[in-house]
Design a protein around this ligand. Structure first.
Ligand code: SF4
Length: 102
């Protein structure tokens, strides 16, 4: 998997050591970056999610994907559509937290 792939200009999180423990570290990108979300891609997505479910750094991976707005592929056991919904809720929670602590 292309675990370092991210949007240009966005900083990596301070502690990137979780990548060393990524279950997908030796995988090629095909499984984690399926072409679409229907037909044969569903099998790829399912396979990637199964690997994520066995990964010790799933939470860190998902947080990284949310923080750096990874829009493509499977990250932290989530699909692109799932992550878009999660990110909206995550951003709303962060805004609320910021208001409460201001
Ligand atoms: S959670 Fe999935 S995408 Fe993230 S590092 Fe683990 S296996 Fe890779």
């Amino acid at each position: 998997m292309v675990i370092e792939r991210r949007r240009p200009g966005l900083a990596l999180d301070a502690d990137a050591s979780w990548r060393d423990l990524a279950k997908c570290r030796s995988e090629g990108p095909a499984r984690f970056f399926p072409d679409g979300a229907t037909g044969g891609a569903l099998e790829q997505i399912h396979g990637a999610k199964q690997m994520c479910a066995r990964c010790d750094v799933q939470a860190a991976c998902l947080l990284f994907a949310l923080e750096t707005r990874q829009e493509d592929g499977i990250w932290g056991g989530t699909s692109e559509a799932e992550r878009r919904r999660l990110r909206r809720a995550w951003l709303a929670a962060r805004r609320q937290q910021a208001r409460l602590t201001a």
